[in-house]
Design a protein around this ligand. Structure first.
Ligand code: CA
Length: 229
């Protein structure tokens, strides 16, 4: 969920902004003086800052400048004076938007959404996305090598993970125990195809509600196993 910090000394305005933003699904925090606001924005992870210009202790100019030195989150500056807005634009402090009071709350929300979407696209493009497989309640994160069943994480050994992932990646395909053994254990000659049976049993104990009636890995009698989708 996206978190927004409002630094605004006029409490009624801050609360109005917060109420509208919360209705749009944002989590909103308020600070009413510049010093506390600056500390929080530097120390915590917010996704957007709504910053009033005239503030006690530390003003919006100073906050914007300091935040920009270390963070690239969107900053929307708010002022009652049109002249101030023109002035801060000229200063090139790095704010992303400027709003003159009074403004309509719905306009504020629309602008916040637009900046948030743009910022997420920017940040998102730099963040590597983990490769995951999701089938019903089962979630396999191949990059992190982690497995969840209905939101609960389960611990898998390396081979259990490899076997489950291989089957889940190739659903509706029946593999013999020999094929699976060759595939997962490869050239390791220790063990035999009974190892496959043992590992399937352990995987089922972790992911199946009822191991007697498997929902994911089916036994095809006399042939092998198939991952059901
Ligand atoms: Ca003010």
């Amino acid at each position: 969920m996206s978190r927004i910090l409002i630094v605004e000394d006029e409490v009624s305005i801050a609360e109005l902004e917060r109420d509208y933003l919360e209705l749009s699904g944002f989590t909103v925090e308020i600070e009413t003086d510049g010093k506390a606001g600056l500390e929080r924005i530097l120390q915590e992870d917010f996704d957007l800052l709504i910053l009033d210009l005239m503030l006690p202790e530390v003003d919006g100019f100073e906050i914007c400048r300091k935040v920009r030195e270390v963070k690239n989150l969107p900053i929307m500056m708010v002022s009652a004076k049109k002249e101030d807005i023109d002035k801060i634009r000229g200063l090139g402090l790095g704010a992303d938007d400027y709003i003159t009071k009074p403004f309509s709350p719905s306009e504020l929300v629309a602008r916040v959404k637009a900046h948030m979407a743009r910022y997420e696209r920017l940040v998102g493009s730099n963040t590597p996305v983990n490769e995951t497989i999701e089938i019903r309640g089962l979630r396999i994160d191949k990059t992190a090598r982690r497995v969840w069943i209905n939101g609960e994480e389960k611990n898998f050994t390396t081979k259990e993970f490899d076997l489950l992932t291989f089957l889940a990646q190739n659903p509706n395909h029946v593999y013999t125990k020999e094929e699976l053994f060759k595939k997962i254990w490869d050239m390791e000659s220790i063990g035999d195809i009974a190892t496959v049976t043992v590992h399937i049993k352990k995987i089922r104990e972790k992911i199946e509600m009822n191991t007697a009636k498997p929902q994911y890995i089916e036994t095809i009698w006399g042939v092998g196993y198939r991952f059901k989708v």
